[in-house]
Design a protein around this ligand. Sequence first.
Ligand code: NAD
Length: 287
Amino acid sequence: TAHEEASASGGYRPVSASGARGPYAERFGGQLVLVTGAAGGIGRATAFAFAEAGARVVAVDRDGEGAARTAEMARLIGAPGAWAETVDVADEAAMEKLAEKVAGEHGVVDVLVNNAGTGLSGPFLDTTTDDWRRVLDVNLWGVVHGCRLFGGQMAERGQGGHIVNTASAAAYQPSRILPAYATSKAAVLMLSECLRAELAGRGIGVSAVCPGIVNTGITATARFAGVSGEEEKRRRRRASKLYAMRNYPPEKVAGAILRAVLDDRAVVPVTPEARGARLLSRLMPGA
Ligand code: NAD
């Protein structure tokens, strides 16, 4: 079957057995969904989950080959249309072109998932201004551009819509190793809350999804940034144990993203450690 074929080539597991029917298909069938960071990890799994529900999917990533592969598999899974766009979300002009092109070719996006993110950071005293810029440019500005451009089109059209921003449990859990990343995600969380209040009257929902540790490329890259030799080996051993223990698949985060839209949730902590965070209830009483 198409599922098996996609599974063999991309590690895809269906989010729900009833994806092709049920509430997801009712809500998302035929809708236009744009996912950034869709070449791998959570973004790819999210594109597949929407495809399974019968949505049309635009897979955006700076990794154009990966995005094309996602679109190809999304069609196999059942998306009535799936396209790939090679774009750096931090590049405002490129995002403007993307928004125009997508609107012209496919119409106004019904669901936007601002998911592209980067993890490279390090302890505060070891990070340079450039490190901070790189992280904030993608994780914060990428989301700002997406929300303004596609959210603006949704507001102008006047038929509602939904924006999901992939934040992180790092948004409300202080980190000694990822201060720039955590700061960027805290900003995404607050931006999501502000925008949710602003757009509620226009029928546009905004959700922030906060995963803890998920098995994707980003977790590996972030932990080993700037280390080498024995220290790198030591961290890799520790990390592999940690991930084996947690083993939280991106498909489950994708499922949480679809549910966040379906139920119009404000803040969604996904993995067990993200849900268990005491800080969340203090910072976000409504979550
Ligand atoms: P990933 O590295 O597998 O996927 C991230 C994708 O974003 C990649 O395909 C990458 O090419 C793309 N990307 C990065 N910078 C980009 C840019 N400037 N423009 C366009 N595309 C860009 O990692 P993932 O875990 O799937 O990450 C997805 C999101 O989830 C990120 O926002 C990340 O911060 C967040 N997140 C991940 C975890 C985790 O443990 N993996 C936990 C919490 C939050």
